[in-house]
Design a protein around this ligand. Structure first.
Ligand SMILES: NC(=O)c1ccc[n+]([C@@H]2O[C@H](COP(=O)([O-])OP(=O)(O)OC[C@H]3O[C@@H](n4cnc5c(N)ncnc54)[C@H](OP(=O)(O)O)[C@@H]3O)[C@@H](O)[C@H]2O)c1
Length: 328
């Protein structure tokens, strides 16, 4: 199948190309960038030199031809590609926030007007895959909501309050430099940001509700000096105490058979470059502390997007994604 990546010069676009090189049924035939049109892909992704022979281009949506398209562009940009590419018969996976929330919630949280809204399935495969197996479009979840939701999902129905505390690597902000991501600000440092107001909180609440949970939900992210990775600590406060054995059994049942969720001590480096989410839960009775580790560009973005493409296209979900992390 031919794949087009809209926004291929960015971080998630680069990781889509890297991982799709391993996919037996896929050929990346179109990689867009407005600024780098005409330049070879390795001009901004030197790690891909010799592995793909492709130049960036800047076609309009109406000029694009492929079987599948990934939208790896900022929110508000994706909404002008989604419907035109679907109309051209492509399956579309959107990595942006444009279709993750109902229109009114999206417009409130992101402070913009949605110019081409339609309801779309929310693509955490481990929770929702059966709802979009035959779909043409899926909205890929945010990076923080992926790690947080997978950490809390088995306990969500039993909780009255969940507090997510996440540490994220700097690539989560994309390749546009800013004072926040400037080296002296990040190195040897830990920065909490958007303590109570991060946009991803809306997705977390939405997913807890989808899991049948009425729990109150709080979230604070921190920027830490690593390139990739999100480590999330979920403090799950329960309606009734649960022992360690019961909690472990819940997690084993919920994720039994899931290739990409591994129940073991979460270590950022162990999931680096992969689509894995490593999770461990520890009970102290009324509070269970659950920690998850993902790569924000892997299970938090491009890896999960490829897992979703595999679902939409009827491939084995593991195709292109059965790679080990870089440890040490
Ligand atoms: N970074 C992460 O960890 C992460 C995780 C989950 C989800 N996401 C989401 O994935 C999307 C891409 O993130 P990223 O980190 O890869 O961003 P990025 O590094 O900033 O790359 C953005 C890409 O989109 C292109 N682009 C920007 N504005 C565009 C427009 N108006 N029309 C067409 N192309 C445009 C850019 O190339 P040109 O400007 O040259 O066209 C570039 O290729 C975002 O919606 C982000 O929120 C990111």
């Amino acid at each position: 199948m031919d794949v087009a990546i809209v926004g291929a010069s960015g971080y998630t676009g680069g990781d889509l190309i890297r991982l799709l090189l391993l996919h037996p049924h896929i050929c990346v035939t179109c990689a867009t960038s407005r600024k780098l049109a005409g330049k070879p892909v390795e001009s901004v992704h030197p790690h891909l030199k010799g592995l793909i022979d492709l130049r960036f281009s800047n076609p309009s949506a109406d000029e694009m031809d492929a079987d599948v398209a990934f939208l790896a562009v900022p929110h508000t940009a994706a909404m002008s590609y989604a419907r035109p590419l679907l109309a051209r018969g492509m399956k579309v996976i959107d990595l942006s926030a444009d279709y993750r929330l109902p229109r009114d919630v999206y417009e409130k949280v992101y402070g913009v007007t949605h110019t081409d809204y339609f309801p779309a399935p929310y693509g955490i495969p481990e929770i929702h895959r059966d709802s979009y197996r035959n779909a043409d479009f899926v909205s890929n979840p945010g990076c923080f909501p992926t790690g947080a939701t997978l950490a809390a999902a088995p306990l969500a129905r039993f909780a009255h309050t969940i507090v997510f505390d996440s540490k994220t690597g700097v690539s989560g902000a994309g390749d546009n430099p800013s004072s926040t991501t400037h080296y002296p600000n990040v190195a040897d440092n830990v920065n909490p940001y958007k303590w109570t107001t991060h946009r991803h909180l809306a997705e977390m609440k939405q997913e807890l509700a989808a899991l049948g949970s009425g729990a109150k939900c709080y979230f604070t992210p921190h920027l830490v000096p690593v390139d990739r990775g999100i480590l999330t600590t979920a403090h799950v406060l329960l309606e009734r105490p649960m022992g360690q054995a019961e909690v472990e059994e819940l997690y084993r049942k919920f994720y039994g058979g899931e290739f990409f969720v591994r129940l073991q001590d979460p270590i950022l480096a162990a999931v680096r470059g992969t689509n894995f989410c490593d999770i461990r839960a520890e009970s102290e009775g009324e509070r269970v502390v659950v920690v998850s580790a993902i790569d924000n560009l892997g299970k938090g973005a491009s890896g999960q997007a490829i897992q979703n493409m595999n679902i939409l296209c009827g491939f084995d979900e593991r195709e292109g994604l059965a790679v080990a992390g870089l440890l040490p």
